[in-house]
Design a protein around this ligand. Sequence first.
Ligand code: ATP
Ligand code: MG
Length: 241
Amino acid sequence: MSTSMLSVQGLGMQFGGLKALADVTMEVKQGEFVGVIGPNGAGKTTFFHAISGVHVPTSGTVRIDGRELQGRSPDAFCRAGVARTFQTPRIFGDMTVLENVRFAFLFGNQGGDVSLVDKVIGETHLATLRSEVAGALPPARQRQLEIAMALVTAPRLLLLDEVAAGLTEGEVEDVARLIRHLHDSYGLTVVWIEHAVRTLMKTVDRVAVLNFGQLLADGTPAEIAANPKVISAYLGDEVVE
Ligand SMILES: Nc1ncnc2c1ncn2[C@@H]1O[C@H](COP(=O)(O)OP(=O)(O)OP(=O)(O)O)[C@@H](O)[C@H]1O
Ligand SMILES: [Mg+2]
């Protein structure tokens, strides 16, 4: 039986009178690559916060690899194998690329094999930039660094929040290729929030659509692209192949 890496049931998140998430139920199996799309304010980042320990959800359960973890600390989620990036990059701007990746390794992968630092720097195409100060890197390189910092914790579930935001079309394609490669070569389970729908649809295996805090649809890219509810809520005239 294939196991759920992530199992979310009846997840709700209320901020005062605002329901940022309402009764979201979703399963992500081990090794799946799932995209999450939806309009601004749909609850995508809140969803990540609730499944990585940043927020204590108002209701519902969050299981990581079968273990119930809702309300536990980010550290507990990290130990369970969850790593994530943030919509606004959280890198140390005055440290070098290597120092940033080493820092993430030391705090997120205690007891791990240190050779992973060099391996990950190479695989995220940062080898020639290892001595550069992170804050001076162009946005696309900073996104690669964030991915490297998540990857060096040796996660089983990788959550990516708009790692392609603010990049050129070519850079968006590059980062999508990189994520797909990392998914395939590390055997990762990946959930990727992104507004670059066309690229996302070509890259992922499954797409979940959030709208007003609710799961509007969940299916293959082809099913989602043809779903009238999704077209009217989000895709509009966007051409998705
Ligand atoms: N800490 C908070 N306190 C109050 N309201 C919040 C908080 N965090 C998010 N919200 C609200 O919850 C809703 C969902 O926000 P969220 O950031 O999850 O959306 P999103 O889908 O990630 O949007 P975007 O595509 O713009 O990143 C929004 O209305 C937002 O203003
Ligand atoms: Mg967001």
